[in-house]
Write a new protein. Structure first.
Length: 256
């Protein structure tokens, strides 16, 4: 086994119940996760494709996959190692099951800059009552891109986003009232953004997670099928998860 201290070893060897490791930066959390993966495969006989291991970025995914590969280098499982990040896992899920909620099989995915450009190209679809909007200036659309990302990352429906914005505006102090009313503009247009993305059949990275969670919540048959594929779920840097990512973990784990 990889060289571990007593606390790390305890977390690695516990495989009968969920384990949450709380530790500061540089304390060996990822090393412990690699050791746990190796323990499950080499000592417990779990096939790699029965373990879902995920992290955040593409770079972190490649690094984690390399470290696990080194830990399994002498075994027959070396070539079977596969690490996902949240977005790649959700994309594969939607490619397989997205038609169940009306999505196309392989839609284009927009990053933040591309989304702002997309919104600008469709700027006549939005209305602004409180935001000072100049037709050929990107400023409010850049903010709308950010607002959309924040709402999606927390799993807010358009109705929930507008309810929260209206509540904020109703309780705002006079000095903050104008800014609070601007939020109601962004909340109303958030619904238009989602409708536009659906109409054009394109996704954003946040929308991938949003749809994946909606799929697993609304289709119990798909949820059970996905849950049945994995015996263990390992998440690196879990302290950085947002509300939507946490919900995704809960749905895939299924209470185990």
């Amino acid at each position: 086994m990889i060289n571990l201290n007593a606390a790390q070893r305890e977390a690695v060897l516990e495989t009968s119940q969920p384990v949450l490791v709380l530790a500061g930066p540089g304390t060996g959390k990822t090393k412990m996760l690699v050791a746990k993966y190796a323990h499950l495969v080499l000592d417990k006989g779990i096939e790699p494709d029965r373990i879902l291991i995920t992290t955040f970025t593409t770079k972190a995914t490649a690094e984690l996959e390399e470290r696990i590969g080194e830990a399994l280098a002498a075994s027959r499982h070396y070539s079977k190692v596969s690490v996902s990040n949240f977005h790649s896992f959700c994309l594969k899920l939607l490619q397989e099951f997205g038609n169940e909620i009306g999505l196309s099989r392989d839609p284009p995915v927009l990053d933040g800059i591309a989304l702002t450009r997309f919104l600008y190209e469709n700027r006549d679809r939005f209305d602004w009552k409180h935001v000072a909007y100049i037709r050929y200036v990107h400023y409010p659309l850049e903010n709308l891109t950010k607002f959309t990302g924040r709402c999606l990352s927390e799993g807010y429906t358009p109705e929930e986003a507008l309810r929260r914005a209206d509540l904020y505006a109703s309780k705002a102090d006079p000095d903050d009232k104008a800014k609070a009313l601007e939020y109601t503009d962004y909340a109303r247009n958030y619904a238009k953004v989602l409708a536009l993305l659906d109409e054009k059949r394109v996704l954003t990275y946040d929308l991938m997670l949003y749809h994946a969670v909606r799929l697993l919540e609304s289709r119990s048959d798909v949820r059970k099928q996905v849950q049945s594929r994995f015996d263990y779920l390992l998440v690196d840097e879990v302290q950085g998860t947002n509300g939507l990512q946490t919900r995704l973990i809960e749905l895939v784990a299924g209470g185990r």
